[in-house]
Design a binder for this molecule. Structure first.
Ligand code: G6P
Length: 305
């Protein structure tokens, strides 16, 4: 049941620079998300720091993607020309990561309880986007916040009579005190496409470590993914996904990115729950697919921060 705005106890509207946002102040956790992009920039259980990395120079401007948090890459992930033909044929622009991250989503529902808050936003990708994309689909994104977990579920329904080939990602940015002391676990024994080496296939041996730029799409064969830093350990359990992106821009690309301080590559990384490359999903008219992730943080060693 929809709550009238006045009946919310923990959720309120706010404006940050040019953008409308919802601020959630529950006794057990805080969060902030923007209607533009359905973009979550902050989630933290009480007495914890933001689980998500947000650039110090992030801009909150109409039409610009926010650097950090969880941008929603939809209805395609990455550069159009790196997508399978079935996805590419719908795209009419060179823009990476689709249009959902700069589109204004609609608030569908807010549900609050003593234990959690659920917020749903939707985007009707209809003829308004016809200069960017040939298709008609609805995206429904539900966030569920609690004291111990952050969950996202992005459901796409094809509303066009033409089959929809969808690539997408929940492009999650995480903070780390030191990228060189950071490991991504759970991918040992799988294989990846290395975007920095002519998109070649490579085997993953051991944990993923960072000494410079990393840009990889991991393929099927993993279950939960972990991120271990010197202060925290995150766990990402995905559903509806057989691919994941691991990204850090390294020093050189950092200088070319928008809203990204030169040294910030040392204190962030992205692990993105995805449907990419061979994992794109094809939906016939009326069919839906849900891509989801449940994120938990196992520990935070405050004394070593
Ligand atoms: O700068 P953006 O469009 O936000 O993209 C940021 C990054 O997103 C993904 O992780 C891609 O794999 C990278 O190649 C890209 O640089």
């Amino acid at each position: 049941m929809k709550s009238a705005p006045g009946s919310w106890s923990f959720t309120r509207w706010t404006t940050v620079d040019q953008l409308e946002a919802l601020k959630i102040r529950h006794p057990d956790f805080h969060a902030q998300l923007f209607l533009q992009g359905a973009h979550l920039t902050h989630f933290a259980p009480s007495n914890e720091s933001n689980w998500l990395w947000l650039s110090d120079t992030a801009r909150f401007h109409t039409g610009s993607a926010i650097r950090g948090g969880i941008p929603i890459c939809w209805p395609w992930f990455g550069n159009p020309d790196k997508n399978p033909e079935a996805v590419r044929r719908h795209i009419r622009t060179n823009t990476a990561h689709g249009f959902a991250r700069t589109a204004v989503w609609s608030l569908e529902d807010v549900r609050e309880s003593p234990d959690d808050v659920e917020i749903s936003l939707s985007l009707d990708a209809n003829d308004d986007f016809s200069d960017l994309w040939d298709g008609h689909a609805k995206a429904l994104l539900t966030f569920r916040f609690s004291a111990t977990t952050l969950q996202l579920a992005l459901t796409t329904t094809n509303l066009s009579s033409t089959p929809l080939a969808l690539s997408q990602a929940l492009h999650s940015y995480f903070p780390t005190p030191d990228i060189t002391q950071t490991a991504v676990t759970g991918l040992d024994g799988t294989s990846y496409i290395d975007a920095l080496d002519q998109w070649s296939h490579k085997p993953q041996q051991g944990d993923v470590r960072f000494t410079g730029e990393v840009d990889r799409i991991y393929e099927a064969g993993f279950r939960d993914i972990g991120i271990t830093t010197t202060t925290s350990a995150y766990r990402l359990c995905s559903n509806g996904s057989q691919s994941a992106v691991v990204w850090n821009p390294g020093p050189e690309k950092a200088g070319r990115l928008s809203d990204f301080p030169n040294h910030a590559w040392q204190t962030m990384l992205c692990v993105e729950t995805a449907n990419a490359l061979d994992d794109v999903r094809v939906l016939n008219y009326g069919q839906s697919h849900t891509l989801g992730v449940m994120i938990s943080r196992l520990q935070e060693h405050k004394d070593s921060q």
